[in-house]
Design a protein. Structure first.
Lengths: 582, 393
């Protein structure tokens, strides 16, 4: 197996702006070469993964057999399977590397199997003890046929099956790799014609190889699950479905699936890389290493998420919903009470501060109001809130699965539903729906118009009232001065001598003095302050505003006096004498 | 892994049958692998941002460096991406650029390739297709992330130096042997005063030095306003040489335009080919102007133009009369000159234009055509191959 490299030399550069971690040997082209990590992956990680997977199945098998036979050396059998699987993979790679002819291969396999059989025969005695070994050896001397007892034959067959599976997996993964024979020779090469006339042009059907690996993985998984299931459940109970629920982590099953997925992922990588290599597509960066790290992180993440997900429900859907709503209400109430307590504390503090020195008796400490007790939780084993959360999650997942299935069902059969929608009943329904929609929309439009009209009328009314609710405190110094002057203008306009649009403030000053002679000085002051506030850029100080406030009050007073004077009816003219004197 | 869903259903049944909680966890793991892989791929393809950077105009023979900048905007890494950029075969062989890479979150990568501008034209680059897949072979998607960009390769320009074009417009910048119009801006010396010389032309400094009246001598000059009339009607070329001859005609047109613009003359272009950028079917007409910008416009059109069969060349010649001012020169570049073309060229002559005929694919002996042209006062040249342009070098 070769590492990622540039097939055909790759004339294009992977620009100079590559990150440093992608650089290799100082070249722009950073294609991963066959190195120690790749060799370790092929020679150690993959064989160990295959052997590990098969051993996981062997563990399940041992657990099942242990239920029937107490003398079954389960641990030793699993160890044997692990070793034999490794040997199978190693021998396959060795044969492939040495290119043995068939006669040599036969000799190689014969020797290998003699050793395996000896192992299968003698390894169980590590559990049985030397006394039994001696007894059995004596028996074999008397009758050689007793060497091949039933236990030995069964174990040999099982070991052979695992040996074959390991061989098959290793061979298939190796076949996924690109071989020299698949590379199309150049048109000038005499082998070009031969290559182009070969079935599939000499290419390996990698998709089929990948499917083989996946199939072995799935079938192995299915068998292991069955074995595990049967080892945990009594078959008699299973038939009548009266068996109890079984919980807990089954490590070998978890390990099988994680290693299997890792292996499938590696097979996919090998497949893709071989395809790219044959298409002369350069690979940038250390894709192989990243692939391995990513798949491990991905599987770890999914496993962690899966562990926290519920596999059943302890609280019904309505109860779970009700509890969740109660919790939300409780949290909201807590927030309200905390706010209330904070406000009450501040008020209490102010109150005590204002009464300081008036008496010795201190105000009572503000008591935090007691919030209502949290909602009663369902009485279950373990942490109650966690039970409710898990139940909620369970119901959410179930609802999502059902909802998604329904949605996809409808989406996939949309043509059928479209045909149904052309029938009379659906046409009537559609008309009804449209009518309802139209009616609702019209009603809403009318309502909206009414609201708008009302709002406009209200705004007009507010505009007529003027700055009734204006807060002087909220205004800046400059705006306050402007307000004083404008309020004066409003009052004078009400009394009939308002400022004309064409008149400047100074011109209007004269008009005001003529009408209200008593406040001439104040109005001059107010006018100057207004002009300054309106047209200058420098700051208007608060002190200045307080001076203007006094002037404004005086003007207001003068205007009030004038208005009252105008409101008092004039006394009737006294009769005059003939000389004109009263 | 296409059977994963079937296995998941089987696992669900087993889990329900045996009531082993752990089987349900496995169900989550496998379903998570299936579902999250799909989500991951979708997000990967949406999160990869690509930019193509290159110079969009090049001259023949240049190499254009195209940079592809890829950036993963996602917080998720892209496990693997295969990029495939389609390219024109005229610029690159093989006509694609492929690469496989992986991108960590927020990682940027720059890839580059060269385009060899071996032939004039207006070439689309791309689309850039990105394929992505998950780690288990469950899902694979591809998407076009960069739509077409274009590269203009200008036609070959042969540097000319001796192209003598007849014209009658005075006060130009090209010296001429016709001493009819002298350009007061191009003084070439002084001579003794003769009766009838304008007093405005007296060179007072020399007069003072020599003590004899001296008048300025001016170089006669003309201004050439030219219109290149290029025939790209495939039907008017011989079948065996149509591609070579039309390309040669384009090279001739580009070289003459370059020469005239370098001499600061006004030049325009009329052509009956098809401009690939023009959505309407119409003749190409660039009115005479001067300057570098005009040259680039003409070269741009000549880069994009394609020979077609829509418009007869005589229509081009008739239209050229509209653009030229009196005394200008029509440079007719065509394969062969037939009677109709001669009639129209004669009409141009009578309208006060000068005509230069350049034939790139004469279908009758050139000598007879040259003789016929000479009879009506038209200079004719034959350019059979690029080296024939050497007569003007």
């Amino acid at each position: 197996m070769s590492g990622d490299r540039v097939p055909g030399g790759g004339e294009e550069g992977a620009g100079a702006a590559l990150p440093d971690d992608l650089r290799h040997n100082g070249e722009g082209q950073t294609l991963e070469r066959r190195g120690l990590p790749q060799t370790a992956l092929e020679e150690i990680v993959r064989p160990a993964a295959i052997a590990g997977m098969l051993t996981c199945i062997a563990i399940s098998l041992s657990q099942l057999v242990a239920g029937w036979s107490s003398t079954w050396p389960g641990g030793l059998f699993c160890g044997l399977v692990f070793l034999v699987s490794l040997e199978s993979i190693h021998s396959q790679r060795l044969l492939w590397r040495m290119r043995f002819v068939s006669r040599d291969t036969l000799r190689f396999r014969f020797v290998e199997w003699v050793v395996i059989i000896l192992l299968v025969r003698f390894v169980p005695y590590l559990a049985y003890g030397t006394a039994r070994l001696m007894a059995d050896v004596a028996a074999w001397q008397a009758d050689l046929a007793s060497f091949f007892d039933a236990g030995f034959i069964v174990m040999s067959l099982l070991v052979a099956a695992f040996w074959w599976l390991a061989l098959r997996l290793s061979q298939t993964i190796q076949e996924l790799e690109a071989s020299e024979a698949e590379k199309m020779p150049s048109v000038t090469d005499p082998r070009h014609y031969l290559h182009s006339t070969m079935p599939h042009h000499g290419f390996t059907d990698r998709r089929a190889r990948l499917n083989q690996i996946v199939t072995i993985f799935f079938w192995g998984g299915a068998i292991m699950l069955l074995l595990t299931g049967f080892s945990r459940v009594d078959v008699r109970d299973l038939i009548v479905l009266r068996h109890s629920r079984s919980s807990g982590i089954i490590l070998n099953v978890l390990a099988y699936f994680l290693i299997g997925l890792l292996l499938v992922s590696q097979a996919q990588y090998t497949n893709l890389r071989a395809t790219w290599e044959l298409q002369s597509i350069p690979i940038l960066g250390k894709l192989g290493r990243r692939w391995l790290l990513l798949v491990m992180a991905f599987l770890l993440l999914i496993t962690l998420v899966a562990i926290v997900l519920p596999v059943g429900y302890s609280v019904g859907i309505l109860a779970a919903l009700s509890t969740a709503i109660q919790w939300i209400g409780y949290v909201l109430m807590q927030i309200v009470f905390i706010l209330f307590f904070a406000i009450a504390s501040v008020i209490g503090f102010l109150f005590s501060w204002l009464h300081i020195g008036k008496g010795e008796q201190s105000s009572p400490e503000p008591q935090m109001p007691t919030p209502p007790p949290p909602p009663a939780v369902v009485d279950q084993a373990g942490s109650p809130w966690w039970q409710v959360v898990r139940s909620l999650l369970f119901w959410s997942i179930l609802t999502a699965v059902v909802g998604y299935s329904l949605y996809r069902f409808m989406a996939d059969r949309w043509g059928l539903f479209r045909g149904l929608s052309a029938t009379g009943f659906f046409i009537w329904l559609r008309k009804l729906w449209r009518g309802l929609r139209r009616g609702t929309r019209q009603a809403l439009d009318r309502l909206r118009q009414q609201v708008r009209r009302r709002l406009a009328a209200r705004q007009a009314q507010m505009a007529k009232r003027g700055w009734r609710y204006l807060s002087l405190r909220g205004l800046s110094s400059r705006d306050r001065v402007r307000y004083f002057y404008l309020s004066m203008l409003r009052r004078t306009a009400q009394q009939g001598f308002g400022r004309k649009p064409s008149a400047t403030p100074q011109e209007y000053e004269g008009t005001f003095e003529r009408n209200v002679p008593g406040a001439a000085e104040e109005v001059r002051e107010l006018t100057e302050a207004f002009v300054e506030a309106r047209y200058s850029e420098h700051d208007v100080t608060r002190e200045h505003v307080s001076v203007i406030l006094t002037a404004w009050k005086a003007v207001k007073r003068a205007l009030l006096v004038r208005r009252r004077a105008a409101a008092v009816p004039q006394p009737a003219a006294k009769p005059v004498e003939g000389d004109g004197k009263p | 892994m296409q059977n994963l869903l079937v296995f998941i259903i089987g696992l669900f049944l087993l889990a329900a049958l045996f009531r082993v909680d752990f089987f349900f966890y496995l169900l989550y793991v496998l379903f998570g692998v299936f579902f999250l892989s799909q989500v991951w791929i979708d997000r990967t393809l949406r999160g990869v941002e690509c930019k193509r950077e290159y110079t969009d105009r090049a001259f023949l023979g240049e190499r254009v460096l195209v940079k592809l900048r890829l950036r993963n905007k996602n917080i998720l890494p892209a496990a693997w991406l295969k990029i495939h950029e389609s390219l024109p075969i005229q610029l690159k062989s093989p006509n694609f650029y492929n690469h496989v890479l992986s991108l960590l979150p927020k990682e940027k990568v720059e890839l580059s390739y060269d385009l060899d501008c071996r032939r004039r034209g207006y070439y689309p680059l791309g689309p850039l297709v990105i394929s992505a897949g998950d780690l288990f072979g469950l899902h694979m998607r591809d998407t076009e992330v960069l739509l077409d960009d274009y590269l203009t390769v200008y036609p070959q320009i042969v540097p000319l130096s001796k192209l003598s074009l007849p014209a009658q417009t005075p006060f130009g910048s090209i010296p001429t042997k016709q001493h009819i119009f002298e350009d007061p801006a191009r003084m070439m010396g002084v001579r003794d005063y003769q009766s009838g010389d304008s007093l405005r032309h007296i060179h007072w400094k020399t007069t003072a030095t020599k003590g004899v009246l001296q008048v300025k001598r001016f170089e006669p000059a003309i201004s050439i306003e030219s219109q290149i009339l290029l025939n790209l009607n495939r039907g008017e070329y011989s079948g065996s040489r149509v591609d070579t001859a039309t390309e040669l005609a384009i090279v001739v047109a580009a070289s003459i335009a370059n020469y005239l613009i370098e001499k600061r003359q006004t030049v325009g272009l009329c052509c009956n080919g098809l401009d690939m950028l023009d959505t309407e079917l119409r003749m190409i007409a660039l009115p005479p102007r001067r300057g570098r910008e005009q040259l680039m416009d003409i070269l741009g059109v000549l880069a994009r133009v394609k020979a077609a069969e829509q418009f007869p060349f005589v229509d081009v010649v008739r239209q050229a009369n509209l653009h030229l001012t009196w005394g200008g020169t029509g440079i007719v570049i065509t394969g062969h000159a037939d009677d109709a073309l001669f009639e129209n060229m004669l009409l141009m002559k009578r309208s006060g234009f000068h005509v230069l005929l350049v034939l790139v694919d004469p279908q009758t002996p050139f000598a007879s055509l040259q003789q016929r042209a000479k009879e009506v006062g038209i200079r004719a040249h034959m350019i059979w191959q690029e080296s024939d342009l050497d007569v003007w070098r």
